[in-house]
Design a protein around this ligand. Structure first.
Ligand code: OOB
Length: 543
């Protein structure tokens, strides 16, 4: 059988672009391992990361990462091979992934919320040889799930577990630093990030050392980072936003300190902000709303918080305007995507820009096109499709020729699927999106993927999944179902979805039974039109 990931490219940009990005100083030939070594040499004693049980200096993180690299290499894992990483927000996340980087291995970042079906998909798509995970978190046993997936995907040979490893390989017993580390090429793929899956299943996003390090190094000054910064990682660390905008990597790059929050609940995080004197954190809009609810009643002192970033989904202006008065910190809006482009409002922007826009790109080399349906540029202030190209935006997904033909133009622009308006000064205002995915509290869910699972239920004749605007979540998932024979209960459908081994955030929030779906004289209407009409009808009834 061919290894689907054999073809991991050494460089994903055409030569002329790569040469330009180097010449202009965006790509500096740094690697993840290299920058951690440099920081550990410069300030070995300074604290790099803490969680509820551990508190490690830069020197300790490096030593643990080197020992991890030795452990991975002793298993026979070879540079360029992929390793699934499914770790919640714990300090061990850092030695686990920096160990992979030092060994030339390629992390594939799986969310803690992902379940068996998704883990199997990522294992197959990436051709991963191993998984690194935690014994348990929040009552869930990750190693048992990994073992089930290994039984289905034999290439996934090694299960490496931090904490109680049981019959598996113990991450904590990795102690031997290797005699020599492999040479790592900064222009090579460093890791695979997971796409939100706008159509069908999640795709793998190849990011290089050069491009990703540029994105978080350049984010540092925009987000006011310094050695004195303390970043609270409240969202799952595997998400692109808390990982690199500027997130944990940007904070370490700047020589600051990362605090891992076990969950993003207001009380958990307020306590950590108080105890650790946190200066910066990032949230999705629903969490920002909850924090604003909770702050006036909290007994914790959150006055150290200088900046609250909000992104991942549209933060409405009315809520954005309340951040400063209620939480006593500045707001920074972040509009980014795991495929690359990240926009920030600047800390010194006028209040109106901070509240009303989703920011402007990081880089002078970010190219932004806003086009009408025919592909012509629209006037400033007119909504259109956002396309982008630049020094940290990928040119293609990993091994997805069909999706790549749809999602990228022949000259390398990524079709984001977002509908935006460009305002004066290059600021963007997100208006909506062209695609059919659901943005549920910042998690992107493919309607198609959920429909496929619903159709596997014996009593489901047909299913269409749509997003419904939701005051709290931004959007919720509504499944319209045409039953086959006797109508099942909505709760039964939800339980069925959970049993399919899916992340909880993909389970429909609402199930609506309808006798049939509309057809035209010629036959079925397209899924896209059907979803749009179902949403419209439903919203009319709700109003
Ligand atoms: C972030 O990354 P992804 O890959 O989970 O999702 C990207 C999509 C964007 O294409 C857009 O549709 C939506 O999420 N989005 C926003 C937004 N930020 C992201 N829509 C409206 N307003 C915003 N502020 O979500 C992500 C990656 C890096 C930094 C921040 C967010």
């Amino acid at each position: 059988m061919s290894d689907p990931a054999q073809s991991l490219p050494r460089q994903i940009w055409p030569d002329d672009f790569a040469a330009r990005y180097r010449a202009e100083g965006y790509w500096r030939g740094e690697t993840f391992g290299g920058f951690l070594r440099a920081r550990a040499a410069a300030h070995p004693e300074r604290i790099a990361v803490s969680d509820a049980v551990n508190r490690w200096s830069y020197g300790e993180v490096l030593a643990r990462a080197e020992a991890a690299a030795g452990g991975y290499m002793a298993l026979g894992l070879q540079p360029g091979e992929r390793v699934l990483v499914q770790m919640p927000n714990v300090a061990t996340f850092l030695p686990a992934v920096f160990g992979l980087f030092l060994a030339g291995l390629i992390p594939v970042y799986v969310l803690p919320a992902h379940r068996k079906t998704e883990l199997e998909h990522f294992a197959r798509r990436s051709g991963a040889k191993a998984v690194v995970t935690l014994d348990q978190f929040d009552g869930f046993a990750y190693p048992a799930m990994a073992a089930e997936v290994r039984d289905l995907v034999p290439e996934l040979a090694h299960i490496i577990v931090a904490g109680e490893a049981g019959p598996h390989i113990s991450f904590d017993s990795f102690g031997q630093k290797p005699e020599a580390f492999p040479q790592v090429d900064p222009s090579a793929v460093a890791f695979l990030q997971i796409s939100g899956g706008s159509t069908g299943l999640s795709k793998l996003i190849p990011r290089t050392h050069d491009d990703y390090i540029y994105s978080f190094a350049a984010s540092g000054p925009i987000c006011g980072l310094s050695e004195a910064s303390v970043y609270l990682c409240a969202l799952p660390a595997a998400h692109n936003f808390p990982m690199s905008s500027p997130g944990i990597f940007g904070t370490l790059y700047a020589g600051g300190r990362v605090v891992m929050a076990p969950n993003p609940a207001a009380e958990t995080c307020f306590r950590l902000i108080d105890e650790e004197r946190v200066t910066l954190t990032g949230l999705v809009p629903p969490l920002a709303l909850l924090w604003m609810e909770a702050a006036p009643k909290s007994r914790h002192d959150i006055s150290s918080l200088e900046v609250l970033q909000v992104g991942g989904a549209k933060f409405v202006a009315e809520a954005a305007a309340r951040v400063r008065p209620v939480l006593g910190c500045r707001l920074q809006q972040v509009f980014g995507m795991a495929e690359g482009l990240v926009n920030y409002t600047r800390l010194d922007d006028a209040e109106e820009i901070i509240v009303q826009t989703q920011g402007r790109p990081i880089s002078p080399a970010d190219e932004v096109l806003i086009l009408d349906d025919e592909g012509n540029p629209v006037a400033e202030g007119t909504p259109g499709h956002l396309l982008t190209r630049g020094p940290y935006t990928i040119r293609g997904y990993h091994n997805e020729p069909a999706a790549n033909a749809r999602s990228f133009t022949p000259d390398g622009f990524y079709r984001t699927g977002d509908i935006v308006k460009r305002l004066e000064g290059g600021y963007l205002s997100v208006q909506g999106r062209a695609g059919d995915h659901i943005n549920r509290a910042g998690e992107k869910i493919s309607a198609e993927e959920v429909e496929e699972h619903l159709l596997a239920h014996g009593s489901v004749f047909d299913a269409a999944v749509v997003s419904i605007p939701d005051d709290f979540l931004g959007e919720r998932i509504c499944a319209f179902i045409v039953p086959r024979g006797e109508k099942p209960k909505g709760s039964e459908i939800k339980a069925f979805m959970r049993k399919r081994g899916l992340a909880e955030f993909k389970v429909p929030d609402q199930v609506v039974f309808v006798p049939e779906f509309e057809t035209t004289a010629v036959g079925k209407v397209s899924r896209k039109v059907l979803r749009a009409r179902l949403r419209e009808e439903f919203m009319k009834k709700e109003a």
